[in-house]
Design a protein around this ligand. Sequence first.
Ligand SMILES: Cc1ncc(COP(=O)(O)O)c(C=O)c1O
Length: 367
Amino acid sequence: MTRLSQQYDDVAFLSWAKPTTGTPKHINDAAISAIKNGLTGGYSQSEGLPILREEIVKKLKRDNNIEANTSQIIVTVGAIEGLAASIMATIDPGDEVILPTPTYSTHITQVRLASGIPVLVPLIEKDNFALDITAIKKAITSKTKAIMFCTPSNPTGTVFSKEYLLELAKIALENNLTIITDEAYEYFVFDDEKHFSLASIPELRKNVITNYTFTKTYAMTGWRIGYLHADEEIIIQIKKAHIPFSICAPVVSQYAAIAALKGSQECIEEFRQHYLQARNLMCERLDRLDSVFHYNKPGGSYLMFPKLLGKKGDDSIAFSKNLLKEARVSTTPGIAFGPTGENHIRLSFCVPEEMINKAFDRMEAYF
Ligand SMILES: Cc1ncc(COP(=O)(O)O)c(C=O)c1O
């Protein structure tokens, strides 16, 4: 949609899923200073700079209740590379990976790229896209190796509850499956929602690979820096994929990441407040279009996934294309997130409020 949007002037974008606030100054300054001090010209250890991994260990304890040590961490080229390496390390060709859908489409592609078979299990939309534990149990076969998901979710904004995640963990232990989590939006939760990391449960240590990123938390999309946590035995396998994928994460970004973790964390709360206001505004504006959209209020991330009412929504690609052409509003067709995404569009509220108002003023006039 971003490429198509280039054909038109003055588009209102609700299709971006990247923070539009810039990276905080103290993080930029640390990277500049690392360059000036000649620290960034070479590779680092493939698993990342030791000081960065020490800071990550402190963060995991402080914010995720995960007791880790530096040998359980790999610094990655964003969460994406960590997720791809996690999948590569976990499955062989023909193995099945369960993905509750709609989900982040790259997860599905990553399973295919590793010659695995994505098994898409629908979320329960009427329960705000909750995990369908019964359906997940039924989907397990002798070929199932892993369950992969993001919480908070892209595209639905759902924060999977601790209760449901523990059910999932039980299934993983009973069937010796690996759970690969993508916790990119861990800090962006609203209302009474709480983000929960399964790796905080010591008994699950050998079954869980957890992927995090600096991209969303510190608005560092272009720095390409993230990290993963797993048991040492799994880390050895993941490194076999991480090294041929990347050798190491960009060293200048690793210095920026150290500053991000060591510096003030106030920016995270500022971003969260901004997304919360933007979410509330988007919900208010959607309420005024209740003959076109039905939505679940997202408890996290900066994304939501309204259902399209009426016949026009049967083809979400055509719907999004028409909206762009006729109303100059860019959205993401729901089908991009798996077959259960059809009849929906994804809207991002990580944009300035003026952009949300402009897009909805145009949609009100259009519909
Ligand atoms: C759920 C999810 N995971 C991962 C990513 C990519 O993260 P990174 O930039 O750290 O590779 C995104 C980006 O939109 C995302 O929404």
